[in-house]
Structure formats: C-alpha cells, structure tokens
Design a protein around this ligand. Structure first.
Ligand SMILES: [Mn+2]
Length: 326
C-alpha cells in the first residue's frame, strides 16, 4: 500500500498528534515539525510539538517556533495524544529519555530520510532524499492541504540546512523543483539565509579562529579539536561550535574532515564530513553513531588523544580501501 495513503488514513482517523524530532535540532528537524503541524491544523487536528532541547535561537523566526515544548515543559497534556509522529529522527534514542518513554507507548509514524533509520514506528516512511522537509511537502500535497507561506518557509529551511545551501552531493533536480515550488508558495528564501548563516554571535567567530588555528591536515584528512577551555577562553557556548566542521571540509585535497569535541566526563563528540567518496556514516557506525554518507557523527568514550587516534586510523584505512577499489 502507498505509504502516503497509509499515513493519511491514520491522520484522518485521529485528532490529537504529538510531533517530535531529534535533540539538538537544526532546521530540517524544526522545519519538518512546524510545517507538518501547521498543515494538520488546517485539517482541524490538534498538535503538540516536542523537542528535548527546544528551538535554537537562529530558528526563532519560523512561525510557530514558540509552541515547541522542551523536556521540562512537557505536561500531562501529552498523554492525551493519540498518535505520535517523529520526523527527521533516525532512532528513538535521539528523542532523549523523556521523549523516548512517551513515544514507546504511542502508535508512532516515523518520517525520515536517514539511511540508518531504525524503523522504530508502526508506519515507517523513510526515503533517502536530501531533507525530511521534502517528504513532508509531499505528504502535505498528497493530503490536498495548502502549503502556505509559513509552511513553505519552514520546509525550505530544512532543504537549505541539509544541503548546505544546495552545495552537497544530495542536490538533484527533484530537490531543486521542490525548492522552486516552495518559493512559489511564498517561502521567504532571503530570511532563511539571513537567519541560518548571518546571525552568528561574535564569540562564534572568535571560537572558529581559535579552533582553525589548531587544525591539522595529513593523509587527505583535516581535523581539529575543541576543548572546554577553548570554548571558555572565546567566551563561547556549545551552540557556537556548530558549523566548524563544514569549514574544515573546504580544504582542498581533504577527503574527510573531522572535529573532535571534548565533553564533560571523558566523552568525545566526533563530527565527520566527507567529499570525494569516503562514506563517513560507516566511520560513525563503527563507533556507535550514524548519519549520512557525507555528514555523520558519533559519541566516543575516552581521552581526546586516544579517540582521535582510533577514529583517524579508521578513516585512513577507508581512504586506502577506497583508492584500491577505484
Ligand atoms: Mn535532516
């Protein structure tokens, strides 16, 4: 049976929906939540929106962003929800403990584009397109609902974020057609760019400078590290560390970029970006994480230098194997 039809059937037979996405959300997560919620409301449905970490500051321009509840704002109201919809989230663990507990008890529709999605829903609609908001747009159209200006802007944000403004390998003509249609529906493309890329605090620039000055480049791998001390010295926040790994990837001759971020308690957050072949979701998978071919990540317990050594060795091997096969 057609998945969109299955989802539409469930939606038409219920009234209250809890819509969630992964922790530390970015524009594809929040845009999918807001776009879908607004569309369901057109159909007279009630929606509750949840995200463990709330909405990042740079997405507060999206209409309805104030209605997304964080973990400590989730009240008993949530228990009234009949159906859960999880968007842009590969695994229930990524909802956070509270969210996971709630969604385990709800019949859940899982709408996502991550290739490593664990199919945790009772309906799973997983398509390897560039952004989950593309799938949400298809669903809204399929249900015969209107993509109005706020929905178009929310969905367009997801496309911009997950393609790095149409720069990634995942860009194809379908995606560009979808983006064009969203603009026809009123998506405010300029304000998406301003909010996503031109609202950075000065502390972020300072932090970027610090981190890049310590970067290393060897064997087609470029990498850098962030320690709590560096963040403190730049007077920066954890949020300010977003996007740094993308700058590393710009290096000519680099096949893989990695950022090693030391978190409290000897845990290292590893962010990976690739170009020219290597599948970094496999690297992340090796260390208990996941993601996409060109963008992935994992959390690894251990000392910074040990984790660096292990992860870099794994990447080096893959680059070698890759060369052998091509
Ligand atoms: Mn996404």
């Amino acid at each position: 049976m057609n998945r969109l039809k299955e989802i539409e059937d469930v939606i038409s037979h219920h009234d209250k929906f809890l819509i969630a996405s992964h922790r530390s959300p970015e524009a594809d997560a929040i845009g999918s939540q807001l776009g879908l919620s607004r569309a369901l409301r057109q159909r007279g449905k009630e929606t509750i929106l949840y995200n463990r970490d709330g909405v990042p500051r740079n997405l507060d321009f999206l209409k309805g962003s104030g209605s997304i509840l964080e973990a400590d704002e989730l009240t008993d109201k949530v228990t009234e929800a009949e159906v859960g919809i999880v968007v842009d989230c590969s695994d229930l663990d990524r909802l956070g403990d509270k969210g996971k507990g709630i969604f385990r008890k709800l019949p859940t529709i899982n709408i996502d584009h991550h290739q490593d999605n664990t199919r945790f829903g009772y309906i799973n609609y997983v398509r390897p397109v560039a952004a989950t908001t593309e799938i949400i747009a298809d669903l809204i159209e399929y249900m015969g609902l209107e993509i109005d200006e706020p929905i178009a802007t929310a969905l367009y944000s997801g496309i911009i974020a997950d393609t790095s403004s149409f720069q990634n390998e995942n860009v194809n003509s379908d995606l560009l057609h979808r983006a064009a249609k969203l603009m026809e529906s009123g998506a405010d493309a300029r304000s998406v760019i301003i909010n996503l890329y031109e609202r950075e605090p000065f502390s972020k620039l300072k932090l970027l400078g610090e981190v890049l000055s310590g970067a290393k480049f060897q064997d087609e791998i470029v990498w850098a590290e962030i320690t709590p001390q560096v963040i403190e010295e730049a007077d920066a926040t954890q949020e300010d560390t977003e996007g740094i790994v993308g700058k590393l990837r710009a290096t000519e001759g680099a096949k893989v970029a990695c950022l090693f971020k030391e978190l409290p308690g000897d845990t290292i957050k590893v962010s990976l970006r690739a170009k020219n072949g290597v599948d970094v979701s496999k690297v992340a998978g090796e260390f208990g994480g996941g993601g996409h071919k060109v963008a992935a990540g994992c959390m690894v317990d251990g000392k910074l230098e040990d984790v660096e050594e292990k992860v870099l060795a794994d990447i080096k091997q893959r680059i070698k194997d890759d060369r052998r096969h091509s």
